[in-house]
Write a protein that binds this ligand. Structure first.
Ligand code: 5GP
Length: 212
């Protein structure tokens, strides 16, 4: 799996962020977008749009045939099935943003991470943990955008995902949002990631809505 532009002054600029649904990873990602030069990769997904979501900003919403065609054409850096729907990172998304010298966040689930690890993709891998299983369930129910079956499905997946935290370079426990964001920024900004975020603004990149 090659990504020729995945280099900037010898450093990787891809950041993979995962965490169970309800861990707060989407909120953390949104806060990271406030850092100049950090943008999200917009994934393709086959699930239904949630209220307030925008095609092309939150996801590229595709039907299953369109998604399968892109799989056949090799357009995905990785993709996975999650709770009955398909989600994938478009190579074109990542490449165009890396080529602009931006730091690109992939907010993906753990199977996708495993594929990136197996493919030898260089990135900083961060896993966001909720403070406790009880708090995770409370957050998921509080969202009220999904039915009981979906919530139970997400809870079951969440338990499996938390067992996969060892695939990541660092675990960020999201007990208090500001502290979790600072911790993530610290890993991205220096330490083993090895560079300071750029100071100019990221331009026209938008801040996707949605909560996970
Ligand atoms: P949601 O339906 O809540 O937006 O997303 C469900 C899960 O799919 C989340 O864990 C999210 O991080 C993950 N996801 C979103 N985009 C991608 C992607 O491109 N690839 C993979 N593997 N997972 C994704």
């Amino acid at each position: 799996m090659s990504l020729p532009e995945n280099r900037h002054q010898g450093k990787s600029r891809l950041v993979v962020i995962s965490g169970p649904s309800g861990s707060g990873k989407t909120t953390i990602c949104k806060r990271l977008l406030e850092v100049p030069g950090i943008v999200m990769s917009v994934s393709a997904a086959t699930r239904q749009k949630r209220p307030g979501e925008v095609d092309g900003e939150d996801y590229y919403f595709l039907d299953k045939d369109e998604f399968a065609r892109k799989v056949e054409n090799g357009e995905f850096l990785e993709y996975a099935e999650y709770n009955g729907n398909f989600y994938g990172t478009l190579r074109s998304e990542v490449e165009k943003k890396l080529a602009r010298g931006l730091t690109v966040i992939l907010e993906i689930e753990v199977q996708g991470t495993r594929k990136l690890r197996e493919g030898g993709v260089e990135a900083l891998f961060l896993f966001v943990m909720p403070p406790s299983p009880e708090e995770l369930e409370r957050r998921l129910r509080h969202r009220r955008t999904e039915n009981e079956e979906t919530i139970l499905g997400r809870l079951a997946i969440a338990r499996e995902e938390m067992d996969m935290a060892h695939l990541y370079d660092h675990v960020v426990i999201n007990n208090e949002l500001d502290a979790a964001v600072e911790q993530a920024r610290g890993y991205i900004g220096h330490g083993d990631f090895g560079y300071e975020p750029r100071t100019e603004t990221a331009g026209d990149e938008s801040d996707p809505e949605g909560e996970a």
